[in-house]
Design a protein around this ligand. Sequence first.
Ligand code: GUN
Ligand code: ZN
Length: 442
Amino acid sequence: KTVQRTLLRGRILDFNAAPRDENDTEAYNYLEDGAILISNGQIEATGEFAPLSAYAQDAEVIDHRPNLLMPGFIDTHIHFPQVQVIASWGDQLLDWLNNYTFPEETRFAEQAHAENMASHFYDFLTNHGTTTAVAYCSVHSTSVEAYFEEAARRNMCMIGGKVMMDRNAPDGLLDTPQSSYDDSKALIKKWHGQGRAHYAITPRFAITSTPEQLEMAGALVSEHPECFVQTHLSENHDEIAFTAELYPDAPDYLGVYEHYGLLTPKMLLGHSIHLTEREIDVLASTQAKPVFCPTSNLFLGSGLFDDAGLSARGITNAIATDVGAGTSYSMLQTLNEGYKILQLQNQKLHPLRAFHWITRGNAAALGLEDKIGTLAPGTDADIVVLNANATPEMALRMERAESLSEELFILQILGDDRSVDAVYVAGREMKQTANGAAAPSL
Ligand code: GUN
Ligand code: ZN
């Protein structure tokens, strides 16, 4: 039996390196009349439409012209149990956690709730063009099961893990050092490497873990070097002060995680805003990855991420939504707010660098650039179809756009889920139609 192949036709853009500046045409591949040949959920070839269609005469052609085909977006920090926390008014980090987030997360102990929310969560991701995300689940294994079950059903490359937290939260959200170790271990065994799933060992942050629990997290990290690790770092001044009280012997916030052996190149550190020189040195030497969360940092009033400062030290920064403190599932809106945060520091986020960041850049931060984030042959067929004329306001602005960079910048500033015309996950169309009905039958 022969494999049914699909040929997507349209304008094509992907990156093979981080663009140094707006003139770095070597960093990307752009084809005006291009095509992506998909077979078995993977990209078999990417190139000019004419020769590819001659080569793959059996393939079903799907014509996306004049839209732009790019690798699916990657969100490197998001909270699955916060789908009903997004847009909660008034507080900064610690009050926001206590007043809104922790109460909501207790509900994920219940399997039916977790499953129902997972279904919405994945719809939201793909509708916004995100095909891979790195998520915090809740403290309950049920939430992790729901998260990975739904990812498997949709054949999505998803990273996530059970939050480890054993103090400074309501009873319904607390585990113990031993139970957090045992539960994480069982979840790693069940899910890591299952299909496209990856596990992330997830101590929530220093404030909600006792030293005994961080020691257990360190044991997991050394026993499972194949897994990711994620936590939060230096998001907010009150958080940093409380951490210093709880860990009086640590030289600084990052020193806590360093002490317990959590820092590796597979470590993602959400926020990383208010850092000392020593902490920046440690990030550079361990190659742990700071994660810039623009909409969240503005929403909670947390501060301004120093992208250029960290990059200049050879540190690789990822970028993410951080929903539910983040205010949009859209990586385009994330770039929009990111542009403004960098503007406030006289740093620039050029559209070529921006679109590299949410595709190959984030993939490389995860060490997954050989599987996702580009349109290279042999990688998984996770593809977003972008329409820069999606709204009347965008279409009118596009009349005056004269270059690819201008089109990308219009998407970066004005784009959201309306600019996502279609999304392919491992070669299968996943975007919901405008009236809200699911496009594919799963
Ligand atoms: N720090 C610890 N937990 C969280 C969380 O859920 N969201 C954010 N933004 N910061 C955190
Ligand atoms: Zn977060």
